[in-house]
Design a binder for this molecule. Structure first.
Ligand code: ANZ
Ligand code: ZN
Length: 846
């Protein structure tokens, strides 16, 4: 055995060996105890993997190794989420073609993932840009289409002027493009959508039954944004007379209806056009529409200036009292939510209040806190005076936005808000309903680097009203027949988006010219590609089936899927809370309803790992403080880097990477090596003379490491290993058996050194430590041999002392009576009774 701990040599040796011997490959069909340990696959958008990726993979890998040592056949796959804007933008930046860049990144990323000592099943790796993979991504699109879950529609969509493509709502962060931080604008375009809203309720309800990090569940709940309210119609009056028109609003507060003093339409509201000849200031209105057209939702929600314009010549009628109220247009009302129109209640809504104050509109208080009661003189006031009375009374408290008791609300005055919500809705023939914030998933992208959407449009079939599915609006649209999949993404030299709202494929005749699957005539292929999030919405299903015998005829093998899915543990970043993690659940639910899988949640257990920072600051290129994992591996070894990363803090919390810190871990591993080296040839059988304390500590350590790994508290598991090593080193005797147990506990964290030493100490064994079984502890060692005896006299605590466990009642009594304190207090008093609870307490009654 070498004297020096040569980690470079050791790590390389084992990585090659593991790979060659395929020790991390499960038996897909034969396995009895399966554990599918999945971590989010990375997307190549840089030189190589970030240390943050390493952090995530290491944490997941430790858990997989731990499970494997518990007798599970663990499947831990790896691949690349290589299609999409991330990779395409990166190729653009460095001036390569995404197809070439993919090959370069592949090599680089896989090498790094191997270097850190992950136990991946390399035979099942997959890349989303591989035609063998995206053939099935396209097939999935077709299934969605045939099941009424995909449709095409013209809609104002988020447009990134820099990426020159549309973005899903989820990809717009604070009004900016998630990828390049450019301000996002709105554009009217025909797009493909997936009907995720059909599953809004189920996506919400199922959150109760899955074991996920709470912060991710909260993010999903907010994103789905269920709100209970009512739809209420306000007639439109023109020249003092009711017209045929009406404005429907969605409100969560129908109890405030008597306080609706004006209405607001979104600039896109359809009524504006219909009333164009009735609105007397139409040109002013038109100007306002033009002004707000390109604003992002974020800017609009904020609407700092509370801009808006009144629609003159038309009025709305409050259905509670038939009074006319003015109609405004303002962009703080969004077109994509509710009905795109609101009833404004300035007394109880902050934004309405600001708007009303700016435009000098009436403010009527209609709800007050429950404990507000009117003074006796109130009842002699006129209706207007009563209004003023409440307004003055409530003024100091700002806007009262909560529910309470109704006032100034006709026969509903005095009623509780809750009850009034349904009563008032009934009174005005409204409808109680539920709204969701969740929008349908915009799935098409006008970019190059993605899976072509497998659809064909035939003009002549469209003219004849023909359609593949039962939807007239979709006339002329046909899916590519299964036998023609995949629709191969052709090599296009000029892949840069031109910004005309078209994919580069739209200038490639050889690509888009095709035959109609229905009539055989000339037709046009869809030239948009699908969102990358579709690629990652089903990859977990493909992994176990990558090499199955049905791999060419089915997206996933039925038998294997039954055995291995759903995934046992999914690990990844919390930043994917509402994108990937919502889509993947939706797609699984849809598959479940189509009878394609027998589960409706792909990841019953998900854990979000924390974020890694550097010396207290966020890592970023501009700060120049990015940790390059390769350098550290070269300098200190993968085992040291792994352990250091995990030692920082609990895995779900993240950690602060400090250069000085890693040295502590390096020294620890060197000490492990030294201990092994110095004791290697000593005959060291366990003897009776061995210190009980060490034996006890060993069992305590097994328990601690086991429980901590189970809870992803790797940091405290590592410190338990350090404490044990300290104690072990300080003992004269070296018990080989204990050392082997220690190596097993160390194995998930530092897989290379533990493997090397394992073979050093097991000349006869040929099996990897990673396939060994996890050590067990004996409960009896967990109990200390001493305890604190509580001594009471007449039920009062008088003394406490540490004594040996297991003494008889008599012995305890004798011992207690010999204590000075007890002697003093008892003195010559008569002892009536002595109660002893062994190993706990003695009470002397005098
Ligand atoms: C009257 C009212 C009175 C409202 C009151 C609130 C408080 P959530 O909870 O998010 O669903 N609203 C409805 N549609 C809107 C749109 N397209 N753009 C902007 N705001 C809209 O919010 C529902 C509430 O947001 C609705 O209830 C409506 O204002 C407003 F004291 O109606 B409320
Ligand atoms: Zn046709």
């Amino acid at each position: 055995m070498a004297k020096q701990y040569d980690f470079q040599k050791i790590e390389k040796k084992w990585q090659e060996k593991w790979m060659k011997e395929k020790i991390y490959e499960p038996d897909f069909l034969g396995s009895k105890k399966t554990f599918y340990n999945l971590m989010m696959f990375p997307y190549p958008s840089a030189e190589g993997l970030h240390v943050g990726n390493m952090y995530a993979f290491t944490g997941a890998d430790i858990f997989g190794r731990f499970k494997r040592m518990h007798g599970y056949d663990v499947f831990q796959p790896i691949g690349l989420d290589g299609f999409g804007i991330h990779s395409e933008n990166y190729a653009l930046k460095i001036g390569t073609h995404p197809m070439e860049q993919a090959k370069i990144s592949e090599g680089r990323f896989y090498k790094q993932l191997e270097m850190i000592g992950n136990g991946f099943a390399w035979d099942e790796k997959l890349e989303t840009y591989d035609p063998d993979y995206y053939k099935w991504t396209q097939w999935i699109f077709v299934q969605m289409w045939r099941n009424g879950l995909a449709y095409r529609k013209k809609q104002p969509v988020n447009w990134c002027p820099s990426c020159k493509t549309v973005l899903a709502d989820e990809q717009v962060v604070a009004g900016k493009c998630e990828r390049c931080s450019t301000e996002v604008i709105k554009k009217d375009l025909e797009q493909w959508f997936f009907r995720i809203t059909k599953y809004a309720d189920k996506l919400l309800e199922n959150l109760e039954k899955i074991d996920w990090s709470e912060r991710v569940k909260i993010a999903q709940r907010n994103w789905i944004g269920k709100s209970e309210g009512a739809l209420i119609k306000f007639p439109v009056s023109i020249g003092g007379k009711n017209s045929e028109f009406s404005i429907e609003v969605f409100t969560t507060r129908p109890d405030t209806l008597f306080g609706a003093t004006y209405m607001v339409l979104a600039p896109e509201h359809e009524l504006v056009e219909k009333l164009s000849d009735k609105i007397t200031n139409f040109s002013e209105v038109g100007e306002y529409i033009a002004e707000t057209k390109n604003k992002s939702d974020e800017e609009r929600i904020e609407n700092k200036e509370k801009t808006g314009v009144e629609l003159k010549g038309v009025m709305a009628v409050n259905p509670t009292n038939n009074k006319e109220i003015p109609i405004f247009m303002s962009d703080y009302v969004l077109s994509g939510y509710g009905t795109g129109a609101i009833m404004a209640v300035p007394a109880h809504d902050e934004r309405d209040l600001e708007f009303a104050e700016k435009h000098d509109l009436k403010i009527d208080v209609v709800v007050v806190p429950k404990d507000f009661s009117p003074s006796s003189s109130y009842f002699s006031y006129t209706a207007d005076e009563q209004k003023e009375y409440w307004r003055m009374k409530i003024k100091n408290n700002g806007v009262f936005t909560e529910t309470g008791t109704l006032v100034n609300s006709g026969k509903f005055s005095g009623m509780d808000s809750k009850k009034a919500k349904s009563e008032i809705t009934k009174f005005v023939n409204g409808k109680l309903t539920t709204q969701f914030r969740l929008r349908d998933w915009l799935i098409s992208r006008q970019r190059y680097w993605g899976a072509p959407i497998p659809m064909i449009y035939c003009e002549s079939c469209a003219k004849n009203g023909k359609c593949e599915i039962d939807d007239k609006e979709m006339s002329g649209w046909y899916s590519v027949p299964d036998k023609d999949l995949p629709v191969i993404l052709p090599f296009v030299k000029e892949f840069r988006p031109e910004g005309k709202g078209e994919s580069p494929l739209a200038s490639l005749e050889s690509f888009y010219e095709t035959e109609c699957p229905n009539c055989g005539g000339k037709a046009r292929r869809e030239t948009d590609v699908s969102d990358t999030f579709l690629d990652s919405a089903w990859y977990y299903l493909r992994y176990p089936s990558v090499n199955s015998k049905t791999k060419e005829t089915k997206p996933w093998d039925v038998e294997i899927t039954k055995k291995w899915l759903p995934v046992n543990l999914y690990t990844g970043g919390a930043e994917h809370s509402v994108l990937h993690l919502l889509y993947v659940r939706f797609v699984a639910m849809a598959f479940n309803d189509m009878g394609l899988v027998d589960f409706d949640e792909p990841f019953p257990k998900f854990r979000a790992h924390g974020l890694l920072i550097k010396e207290g600051a966020k890592m970023s290129k501009s700060k120049g403080n990015i940790v390059n994992p390769d350098e550290y591996i070269k300098k200190f070894g993968a085992d040291a880097l792994r352990m250091y990363l995990m030692f920082l803090a609990p895995f779900e919390q993240g950690g602060d990477f400090r250069d000085a810190g890693i040295l502590g871990v390096v020294r620890f591993l060197e000490r492990v090596w030294k201990l092994a080296n110095s004791k290697k040839n000593i005959n060291s059988k366990k003897t009776d003379a061995i210190d009980k304390k060490l034996e006890q500590l060993l069992h305590k350590t097994i328990k601690k490491v086991t429980d901590d790994i189970e809870a992803l508290q790797y940091n405290t598991a590592i410190s338990a290993l350090m404490i044990f090593l300290n104690e072990f080193e300080s003992h004269e005797e070296f018990v080989e058996e204990y050392f082997k147990i220690f190596l097993k506990l160390l194995a998930p964290f530092a897989p290379h050194i533990s493997e090397e030493l394992w073979f050093e100490f097991n000349d006869d064994v040929k099996k990897s430590i990673h396939l060994e079984s996890w050590p067990e502890y004996d409960e009896k060692y967990l109990i200390d041999d001493t305890y604190i005896l509580v001594i009471q006299i007449n039920g009062k605590l008088r003394d406490q002392v540490e004594i040996k466990r297991g003494l008889s009642k008599n012995e305890i009594e004798k011992f207690a009576m010999s204590r000075d304190k007890v002697k003093q207090l008892v003195a010559d008093k008569k002892i009536k009774k002595i109660i002893v609870v062994p190993d706990r307490i003695i009470n002397i009654v005098i």
